[in-house]
Design a protein around this ligand. Structure first.
Ligand code: GDP
Ligand code: CA
Length: 324
């Protein structure tokens, strides 16, 4: 029976996740897409909660994003940051003025006792974003990196140190105690298709799946699951993925990325140029779509999304309930 994806869930990090989310949202009917976002990169600055991946998704899906850099608000100013610098505060995290508005609102809502799921969904709605956006968990989860300079928060390593210290180990602190967002669990259970974005597996997707019960929810969903590789010819399109894989002695191949998701996947999408990966994945028993997986702008993302949806309709079917 052909699959007709009308409820699609996307597991996503920031930039790569948001590009895929925009493509899917453009290809699907309104209201069909729910994005479940990584919160491992979240951090407090000046007492405000900053959620970099959620923010990138919000800005991209509401067309506020600075498209030249892929994060932050277009044409934003940094007057607030200038004042903070004058006052002697550390200002290595680049937060724009419009950006601060969102962080102030989110922190204000949290202080009033609302959970991050409701706050994030409301922000998406008020911004007229093209999809529902939810965090993987409302609880505290932080990605920590063991570097040659000791344990570090993700932003301190990524922005503060520009990824210079080499990484020996990753930890998703709090994941064992964190409960999945109830709204995210409901979206997974009701989905016709689950898509794993071409996000950083180590820094974006695995912190989502590390939330106790979330991986099991995807595993027991009736929706088939298709992932898209973030690597083309062994190189990341953007960001520190290839470097991190090298530090952690993981092969920089689409095959190695898919293997990390294991039995969750029914199918994986690799670049047409990566024939060896396609072959290896098929030998593992996965269905493989080999196509041009470089998204570029929104049109390219929509083109890839339509190919993924057409492939899912044609080749994937509902699964029997039960753990895969
Ligand atoms: P972050 O949280 O901002 O680091 O973003 P994600 O984890 O969601 O995405 C980062 C990954 O997106 C990188 O590893 C890139 O290789 C991948 N990426 C970015 N653009 C593209 C694209 O056009 N095609 C594919 N296949 N991957 C992309
Ligand atoms: Ca991120």
């Amino acid at each position: 029976m052909a699959l007709e994806p009308t409820k699609v869930v996307l597991l996503a990090g920031g930039v790569g996740g948001a590009r895929m989310a925009e493509g899917l949202a453009r290809a699907l009917p309104k209201g069909a897409l729910t994005v479940i976002a990584n919160v491992g990169d979240d951090e407090e600055f000046y007492g405000l909660r900053v959620c970099p991946d959620i923010d990138t998704l919000l800005y991209t899906l509401s067309d506020r994003i600075d498209r030249s850099q892929g994060w932050g608000v277009a044409d934003d100013a940094v007057k607030a940051l200038d004042v903070l610098r004058d006052l002697g505060a550390p200002t290595w995290m680049k937060l724009g003025d419009a950006d601060f508005g969102l962080h102030i609102w989110r922190s204000w809502q949290l202080v009033q006792g609302k959970n991050l799921s409701d706050i994030t969904a409301e922000a998406a709605e008020r911004f007229s974003a093209l999809a529902t956006i939810l965090p993987a968990t409302d609880d505290r989860l932080r990605t920590k990196l063991l570097t040659d300079e000791g344990w570090m928060d993700f932003q301190a390593w990524f922005v503060g140190k520009r990824c210079a210290p080499s990484v020996g180990e990753l930890r998703y602190e709090g994941a064992d105690l964190a409960k999945p967002s109830a709204r995210a669990l409901q979206a997974i259970a009701e989905a016709d298709l689950i898509v794993v974005a071409p996000s950083n597996p180590l820094l974006s997707i695995e912190p989502i799946l590390a939330v106790t019960g979330l991986r099991a929810a995807v595993a027991s969903a009736t929706a088939p699951c298709i992932g898209i590789s973030p690597l083309i010819g062994g190189k990341a399109v953007k960001g520190p993925l290839a470097r991190l894989l090298d530090d952690l002695d993981i092969d920089a191949t689409s095959h190695a990325v898919a293997r990390r998701y294991g039995s969750l996947l029914d199918a994986f999408v690799v670049d047409s140029g990566d024939a060896a990966d396609a072959l290896a994945l098929e030998e593992d028993g996965l269905k493989v779509l080999a196509t041009d997986i470089l998204m570029g702008g929104p049109e390219g993302a929509e083109r890839l999304a339509r190919e993924v949806l057409a492939y899912a309709s044609e080749k994937l079917s509902k699964r029997e309930p039960g753990l895969r």
